[in-house]
Design a binder for this molecule. Structure first.
Ligand code: HPA
Length: 276
């Protein structure tokens, strides 16, 4: 996508949303596949379906509610994207990250990204909430920053050395443990999908140091870092992507995500309540 078009889409979406839901949000939450019950934690909500936001792409995947939900948790104003755009739907990396740019335009300076992921590390169990502390970007050749002009969006050469804000990761872990949730910590490998991994790929990911694998989040993390947004991310472990797995489907991933969804909702609400 070229810079002018991206800027136009972000500006249109932000202007339209500002008119309907206001500005000065503190925190944005992006909910991944099968993960939508966090919106029930919000008070005084207003919802805007994505298809009513000019400049927004249209999500096509099952299990996505595809709407912006704004509301409050305690004193905190939260901008929640329920349903995300995936690279595997055919969007480029810049397009899937538009919600993060729109959130920034609406005042957001902290973002919590969530996803469903396959567990690779032997210590992970189904339903674990894995706080992401680093990632392996295996989204082939695309980057959400590719081809953008520096003047419009900040530096192209974004420092990713501390892509996940350490204090936010610690807080996610601490709050989760205090709430008695099944917490873990690890490295997320992001692949473009939509096919799941071969046995050899799972083996490779393990050797490379991945703890979990999924098909999202990384483009958004890159953009959040370009914009100076504090970034926290959590993977819900929906399947165990071990070399001995014989069966795996999107439906299975969604069903597991739904089972863990209430835990994720409590974690996010708990962290936001404390202030991030
Ligand atoms: N692999 C890739 N992406 C995923 C998986 C997986 O096992 N589970 C949920 N998203």
């Amino acid at each position: 996508m070229d810079s002018a078009q991206l800027k136009q889409q972000v500006t249109m979406a932000a202007t339209s949303l500002a008119g309907r839901i206001g500005q000065s949000f503190e925190v944005a939450v992006v909910l991944g596949s099968g993960l939508s019950s966090f919106v029930e934690q919000l008070h005084d909500t207003v919802m805007v379906p994505y298809n009513e936001i000019p400049g927004f792409p249209v999500s096509t995947v099952k299990g996505h509610q595809s709407r912006v939900v704004v509301g409050t948790i305690g004193d905190h104003r939260v901008l929640c994207f329920s349903g995300r755009f995936h690279y595997y739907e055919g969007y480029d990396a810049a397009t899937v990250s538009i919600p993060v740019r729109v959130a920034h335009a609406l005042g957001v300076r902290s973002v919590l990204l969530t996803n469903a992921a396959g567990g690779i590390s032997n210590v992970l169990r189904l339903g674990d909430l894995m706080v992401i502390v680093d990632h392996l970007n295996l989204f082939a050749a695309d980057s959400p920053l590719r081809g953008l002009s520096d003047e419009l969006f900040g530096t192209k050469f974004v420092n990713m050395y501390t892509a996940y804000t350490a204090t936010l990761a610690t807080k996610l872990r601490e709050v989760g443990e205090r709430l008695g949730l099944p917490m873990a910590t690890g490295v997320y490998a992001g692949l473009s999908g939509p096919q799941f991994e071969t046995r050899a790929e799972i083996h490779m990911l393990r050797l490379l140091g991945a703890d979990a694998v999924g098909m999202s989040t990384i483009p958004e993390v890159i953009v959040a870092n370009q914009l100076g947004i504090r970034t926290g991310a959590v993977s819900v472990i929906t399947d165990l992507a071990t070399e001995t797995t014989t069966e795996l489907s999107h439906e299975q991933v969604l069903a597991s995500a739904t089972r863990a969804d209430a835990h994720l909702a409590r974690l996010l609400a708990g962290v936001i309540e404390e202030g991030i």
